[in-house]
Design a protein around this ligand. Structure first.
Ligand SMILES: Cc1cc2nc3c(=O)[nH]c(=O)nc-3n(C[C@H](O)[C@H](O)[C@H](O)COP(=O)(O)O)c2cc1C
Length: 364
């Protein structure tokens, strides 16, 4: 079915996406690139930028229809609903590329989510997008990254929507001062390449150093990992600096390895190693429990987490290990602020199988 959807896309003029039957809307009037030659970007992208030296910390922010649509639980990935099933897990097409980037160079993933989900039916999303692009609407976003300052490199990923970025990308980029950062666009599409999206990213990320982007046709995404790696090498993005010292965590007969951050709070807690605490499972996403003593350093903290994060919560003096559900619309959002102090870098799967309450030891 998706094949059919894609084939139809190639036959149907871009008006179908743009929904601009009256032809009056400026943003939709440019011709798309030749469908027979997808993946070549028709924006001029001079690739003159270089990566700014810094701490090398990378953010990979992306928008996908999956994660922004209330699909029913039994949604069929073959219906053209922009979903890839990867080892039993549903993922957006752009999300899959985001994960290739993370595997290659590290970095924190961030799903750009609008407060109001998009409709499930393609025609309805197309019409809503058309209206939003024509009016320049900036849809409200669900999450705000409080500590954007820590990132030097911001990847920004999106599907080509009517040859341009979904308006949520404009909402995201215009929410932050990215002028001192390197911004790298990546795009998935059904045959029309990047359209004018790189120019739109340049418009919104005022003053940022914009590197050459990549546009990958959705049907090629499942086999595009090496293409992504080659592109990252070509534009000179290296694996982000290790953020700190190596640590080991033992619990329930398992040993996990990870990195400890080099911050005053993390270093203070590392000074308590070997640190033993009884942690309990919560919400299918984390183990948490009381610290043996309260550290004196603190930070403002954040309301989001990445899978693998080891965090300290000052409000209730607890340490936690998040192992799942960072992208879950319900469980991915926190109500109490946490401060990252480290990251488990080994396989997180054993956390799903361990007893729901047990002793964890953190050590060097
Ligand atoms: C509203 C809408 C408009 C689209 N417009 C285009 C387009 O103009 N050109 C194109 O090649 N693909 C277009 N597509 C297809 C998506 O770009 C493509 O399927 C993408 O890989 C989906 O990524 P996602 O799964 O991360 O949302 C459009 C899809 C939607 C929903």
């Amino acid at each position: 079915m998706k094949r059919l959807f894609i084939s139809l896309l190639l036959l149907i003029p871009v008006m179908t996406f743009a929904g601009c039957s009256d032809g009056n809307d400026g943003p939709q009037t440019n011709l798309p690139e030749t469908p027979g030659n997808p993946g070549n970007d028709n924006d001029d992208n001079d690739n003159s930028g270089t990566v700014t030296p810094g701490n090398g910390k990378i953010l990979i922010a992306y928008f996908s229809r999956w994660g922004n649509t209330n699909y029913s639980a039994d949604v069929d990935a073959s219906t053209g609903a922009s979903i890839i099933v990867d080892k039993g897990t549903h993922r957006g097409t752009t999300e899959v590329v985001a994960r290739y980037i993370q595997t290659a160079v590290g970095g924190d993933l961030h799903l750009i989510e609008t407060s109001d989900p998009y409709p499930t039916e393609f025609d309805d999303v197309r019409d809503q997008n058309h209206a939003e692009q024509a009016a320049g609407t900036l849809p409200e976003l669900k999450n705000y990254i409080e500590n954007i300052d820590q990132y030097d490199i911001v990847f920004i990923g999106y599907p080509n929507w009517a040859l341009d970025v979904p308006q949520a990308i404009r909402s995201f980029l215009s929410s932050y001062d990215l002028s001192s950062k390197t911004v790298v666009p990546f795009c998935t599409n059904d045959g029309y390449g990047a359209g004018r999206t790189y120019n739109s990213v340049r418009e919104e990320a005022t003053g940022a150093n914009i590197l050459e982007g990549i546009a990958i046709e959705a049907s090629n995404v499942p086999s595009a990992e090496s293409q992504v790696q080659n592109w990252l090498e070509r534009i000179g993005i290296e694996r982000e600096d290790p953020q700190g010292a190596s640590i080991r965590i033992t619990a329930g007969g398992h040993t996990f390895t990870g990195e400890w951050l080099d911050t005053p709070l993390a270093n203070e807690i590392r000074g308590m190693f070997p640190l033993t605490a009884t942690l309990g499972r919560y919400g299918g996403r984390e183990y948490y429990g009381s610290m043996p003593q309260r550290p004196t350093h603190t930070e403002e903290g954040q309301l989001r987490f990445e899978n693998g994060d080891i965090t300290y919560c000052p409000s209730n003096n607890t340490i936690a290990i998040f192992y799942a559900k960072a992208d879950d619309p319900d469980m991915g959002q926190l109500t109490m602020r946490i401060i990252p102090i480290g990251k488990v870098t080994s396989d997180l799967a054993p956390f799903n199988e361990m007893d729901s309450r047990l002793e964890f030891t953190f050590d060097n």
